[in-house]
Design a binder for this molecule. Structure first.
Ligand SMILES: C[S@@+](CC[C@H](N)C(=O)[O-])C[C@H]1O[C@@H](n2cnc3c(N)ncnc32)[C@H](O)[C@@H]1O
Length: 578
């Protein structure tokens, strides 16, 4: 039985249904509160939608996923003070593994035309290039002191830390965040960032003296100290990676929410997705890859960890077949800053999004496979060059239009996996009302609408204009769905909605925050599904929900970003009194 008392439509064809009760409802910025949204399509170039969970573009997200800015002394300093076992790692991370590595290289070179099939056709591998000597990263600004970059220390590696694929170690009382290491190992760690005055140092394990049992030979030859920053854990067995992710989640729940796994309703496992692979094989899951272009050579690659430098590659092992078969790595991309590749799942749509260097012309691009091509200009405006400006993804019984490189889960099985977990947890009933917050192109709204049926209603809220246009287009045939365009935190209080039965929230990496959570907790929902890509943000928001009288009754974690430190969680909450 719905607790909402929405001003329902008469059921006449074409008459809009409201999604929830709205005492004193005021129009949102879009002026559409109270109407069923209809798709709008503009031929005008639009700002590109967010390309990762934080809405960063290649220009605004120069660092590898999950890392704080180079210049910042991250919150890890606090963690450092707590010691290795309790260290939270570098907080304030970003993009939930959405891209291999983001960033826009500086500088440029003369434009070059014609990258045709004649120049090393798709699939023709270039001669392997030995990795270049890693450049020392600049020391963090602020603390001063003598640089320690290049210093080597023998250390015992402690617990895995949140947010950067690194583990915590200590040397002479100072904390080191060490990449390419595993808990329990003894390694030689080479300092990559920090000075004698830094509260903590960053380092790479350049020699393993005593290996952990989960250590494997990295299948990718571009993984390792000073090389590609895209994957964190190529050197860890698949089961070992999931164990590390589980340890991070356990620690974040304890530190930020005061919950044990059992209190969070979690069995402690991080579930593999996509079936078992033969030993040594790497899952090719990444359907979206952002290649950076080396401004000197025109080669594509991925950014090095916490660096603008490009590690040229001839193949990314975790890229999906639909990406790999385009042969992007075997071509010359001089004049471009980045090449984004999208290989849709469930359709043959392929899209390239090219960002020329400032002042450079778009080169002529010819590939052996049909692709749509778009360009992003210096003002971040998106222009269709050839073919469509969207791809069609297939998931949860529907086809989804996703335009301008907007948000879509990267692992091909992620949408279905997350929808199934949300529906199982919420168990939506016919006639219920639901909110889908941070709804993107409408994935959960569509799934909920099918379950609550024509007697129920779903209101989706999303801040990206293009994503809203896509969501309205994707769900146009569902009269019980309305999509509003605004920020959740500003629109929700203005809707006048006082109660609802169900809520799904899938916020960007930063989480929903105290204010929004406080507001949601007052709506009296029977159940809430929280989809999270950052365990720290999830744990913090669970603590806010606890203040509002909600507790998690189940929590699942999914390994939707193998070989990286990222993973996705679905928490189901209920009123604590029940
Ligand atoms: C993690 S994605 C989830 C999208 C969708 N649930 C899905 O699974 O495809 C987060 C979405 O929230 C949007 N967003 C970011 N900040 C927002 C805010 N303050 N209010 C509303 N939407 C926001 C982003 O544009 C993005 O589409």
């Amino acid at each position: 039985m719905s607790r909402n008392t929405p001003p329902r439509s008469s059921g006449q064809p074409g008459k809009p249904k409201a999604g929830a009760s709205r005492k004193g409802a005021q129009p949102g910025k879009s002026g559409k509160v109270g109407q069923v949204a209809r798709p709008r399509w503009s031929a005008k170039p639009a700002r590109p939608a967010a390309t990762d969970r934080d809405g960063f573009t290649a220009q605004t997200a120069p660092l590898a996923p999950g890392e704080p800015p180079v210049a910042a002394e991250p919150s890890a300093g606090k963690a450092a003070a707590k010691g290795a076992a309790g260290a939270k790692g570098a907080g304030g991370g970003r993009a939930g593994g959405a891209k291999g590595a983001g960033g826009a290289p500086k500088g440029g070179s003369a434009p070059r035309a014609a990258h045709g099939a004649g120049r090393g056709g798709a699939g023709s591998a270039k001669a392997p290039r030995p990795p270049r000597a890693p450049k020392a990263a600049p020391a963090p600004r602020g603390p001063g002191g003598d640089p320690l970059v290049g210093e080597r220390y023998e250390v015992e590696v402690g617990a895995v830390a949140h947010g950067g694929g690194h583990c915590v170690a200590r040397h002479e009382g100072r904390v080191l965040f060490v990449r390419h290491a595993l808990p329990g190992e003894r390694v030689i760690a080479e300092v990559t960032e920090g000075t004698t005055k830094s509260r903590f140092l960053r380092a790479d394990a350049v020699q393993v003296l005593e290996a952990a049992k989960d250590r494997i030979e990295a299948p990718c030859r571009f993984a390792g100290p000073g090389l590609c920053g895209g994957c964190d854990w190529q050197h860890v067995s698949p089961g070992g990676q999931r164990k590390l992710k589980g340890q991070v989640l356990t620690e974040q729940l304890a530190q930020l929410a005061g919950l044990t796994p059992a209190q969070a309703g979690w069995d402690g496992s991080v579930e593999p997705v996509g079936g078992k692979l033969p030993a040594g094989e790497v899952p090719a899951w990444r359907t979206r890859v952002q290649y950076a272009v080396d401004p000197q050579s025109g080669e594509v690659g991925l950014r090095k960890h916490r660096s603008h430098d490009v590690q040229p590659i001839d193949r990314c092992l975790i890229a999906a077949e639909g990406v790999t078969e385009l042969g992007i790595e075997s071509r010359d991309w001089t004049g471009l800053a980045s090449v984004d590749v999208i290989a849709a799942s469930g359709s043959s749509d392929r899209q390239l999004i090219l960002r020329p260097l400032p002042g450079e012309q778009l080169p002529l691009v010819e590939l052996d496979k049909p692709v749509s091509i778009s360009r992003i200009d210096e003002q971040d405006l998106f222009h269709r060059v050839h073919g469509r400006n969207f791809v069609r993804e297939r998931a949860a019984g529907r086809t989804w239009r996703v335009s301008n490189g907007g948000f879509w889960q990267i692992h091909p099985e992620a949408p279905q996996t997350l929808v199934a977990a949300v529906l199982e947890g919420l168990d939506p009933q016919w006639g219920e009302n639901a909110l889908d917050l941070y709804c993107g192109v409408g994935l959960f709204a569509g799934a909920l609408a099918d379950r609550v049926g024509e007697d129920g209603a779903v209101l989706g809220i999303e801040s990206g204009k293009q994503a809203v246009a896509d969501a309205r287009h994707n769900l146009a045939e569902l009269e019980n769905v309305r999509i509003e365009c605004d920020k959740v935190e500003s629109l929700l209080p203005r809707t006048g909605i006082e109660s609802t039965d169900l809520i799904v929230l899938d916020p960007p990496r930063a989480g929903a925050g105290r204010e929004t959570v406080g507001h949601l907790a007052k709506l009296g929902a029977r159940r809430i599904a929280y989809v999270a890509c950052d365990p720290a943000a999830l744990a913090r928001d669970l603590a806010f929900f606890a203040e509002g009288g909600y507790r998690p009754v189940s929590l699942r974690a999914f390994d939707l970003f193998p070989m990286t430190h990222h993973f996705e969680c679905v928490a189901i909450l209920e009123p604590a009194g029940e």
